[in-house]
Design a protein around this ligand. Structure first.
Ligand code: GAP
Length: 439
């Protein structure tokens, strides 16, 4: 993880937020390459979840009526038990003490040093509060949403009626969520501001477990299709004690981040039954029922939810992709991000072998042509070997070199990142050649 964090900073993937002021606790900024990678992840999700007959998209606002969070159970129940140590001033989750380490040496679990003085657990609500309007008083308290899901539930009827959707159907959205986590960390794994990609699928009660199984399988396949390795992915079923207040059944898709983190949740698939719609009916006084006209049935639909963190998946992709390897005939090895070409932030890098004989001009023409179809980088600095290494390290799948032969026969060399294979390709075919391989 340390190597990855340093690569992410050095190569423009991810920076600490407000770094020049000493940073902000567990908040991160995506640099030029990070933002491309994360956009590719989100686009991939949107295309697979929304570009189908039975799911439509939504973009609900972050600030909502505070009653939403009473109905959802977040005001009363979205809490972690917190303990403080009066001696070392450490702050820990009372239910995760076995995973925590006291700052005193030697490293032990909080409470295990003779000097430790832990307070009684206090309930700590994870929602960020702010005020709407000029008065900072409790009547104007609003919350930054801790999940995007509630924006979907409160819009259930708007979407269903305006789009004439028939149950079963889903609503999907991508957006920011905020949680004042007590123990954030592990880079972008657990942060206080993050992005969720959530889909609520509304079904007839009684068909919910069938849909739950279908979505569970579909979501695991999505992660495999990203290129995450099979051995690093597995399901974790929530036991009765782990189930969230709204869930009838829940499975996490977990990914093996390695090191001390090991297997951790990257996505949750939940059967939320009619918990949310019924709660919003009660709190808003508005009926949130579906009328099944052909069968003359009226009911509150059950909901199967798929909820994945865009940042966590991005981290999983980076961890999965990072490798160091020896290169035959060279003293120095190379660092490679073996990201699937379709997700790579830069698809092709174009190099003139030398800065003369019209090579830079030809390279520029190729860049202009490719740029209309993909992200491209132009690099003429340093030896070809160094330029290859720079691109390997950020996961660029193809490097295109213009050499003395190029001016004569209008061909270039295309070098593939993983196999290191090189092929001569005519410039007129180059775009199609790369496009066919960017899958
Ligand atoms: N609507 C259900 C829900 O929010 P969750 O299990 O609390 O369920 C879903 O969150 C996903 O959101 C997680 O699997 C994870 O990928 C992401 N996530 C949750 N908290 C996060 C945090 N503090 N930092 C980064 N990602 C987080």
């Amino acid at each position: 993880m340390d190597k990855l964090v340093s690569l992410c900073k050095r190569r423009g993937f991810i920076f600490q937020s407000s770094e020049i002021y000493g940073g902000t606790g567990s908040v991160w900024d995506y640099g030029p390459l990070g933002v491309e990678l994360k956009r590719n992840v989100k686009e991939r999700w949107w295309n697979s979840m929304v570009r189908r007959d039975d799911v439509v998209g939504l973009d609900a606002s972050i600030l909502m009526n505070p009653r939403v969070w009473e109905a959802s159970g977040h005001v009363g129940g979205f809490v972690d038990p917190l303990v403080d140590c009066r001696v070392c001033k450490g702050r820990f989750r009372a239910d995760k003490l076995e995973d925590a380490r006291c700052p005193q040496k030697p490293s032990k679990q909080p409470g295990q040093h003779d000097a430790c003085q832990l307070t009684e657990p206090r309930q700590f609500n994870l929602m960020f509060k702010t005020f709407m309007g000029p008065l900072e008083e409790s009547a104007s308290t609003v919350y930054l949403r801790p999940e995007t899901a509630q924006g979907i539930f409160v819009n259930f009827l708007n979407v269903q009626q305006s789009m004439r959707q028939k149950v079963p159907f889903g609503i999907a959205q991508i957006g920011k969520a905020f949680r004042n986590e007590i123990t954030p960390g592990n880079f972008i794994f657990r942060t206080r501001e993050f992005e969720q990609m959530e889909m609520q699928f509304f079904v007839e009660p009684g068909t919910d477990m069938e849909w739950f199984e279908k979505w569970k399988a579909a979501r695991m396949q999505w992660h495999l299709d990203l290129g995450l390795s099979t051995e690093r992915l597995k399901f974790h079923q929530h036991t009765a004690g782990e189930l969230a207040h709204y869930a009838r059944a829940a499975f996490d898709v977990t990914f093996d981040f390695g090191g001390t983190l090991g297997f951790q949740e990257i996505e949750g698939v939940h059967n939320r039954a009619d918990f949310d719609l019924t709660q919003h009916q009660t709190f808003s006084g508005k009926k949130l029922e579906y009328f099944d006209q052909p069968n003359n049935k009226r009911y509150v639909p059950y909901v199967v939810e798929t909820s994945v963190g865009a940042d966590r998946v991005t981290l999983a992709i980076l961890v999965n992709a990072y490798r160091e390897e020896a290169v035959e005939g060279e003293d120095e090895g190379r660092v490679v991000l073996g990201i699937a070409p379709s997700l790579a932030p830069i698809k092709a890098a174009v190099f003139p072998l030398t800065k003369k004989d019209g090579q830079p001009e030809m390279a520029r023409r190729i860049v202009d042509d490719l740029r209309t179809a993909m992200t491209v980088d132009y690099d003429e600095a340093g030896s070809i070997g160094k330029r290859y290494r720079r691109q390997d390290e950020v996961g660029t799948p193809f490097c295109v070199t213009i050499d003395p032969q190029s001016a004569g026969d209008d061909t270039v060399t295309v070098r593939e990142r993983d196999s290191l294979a090189q092929e001569r390709v005519s410039t007129s075919q180059l775009r199609a050649y790369l496009a066919a391989r960017l899958v």
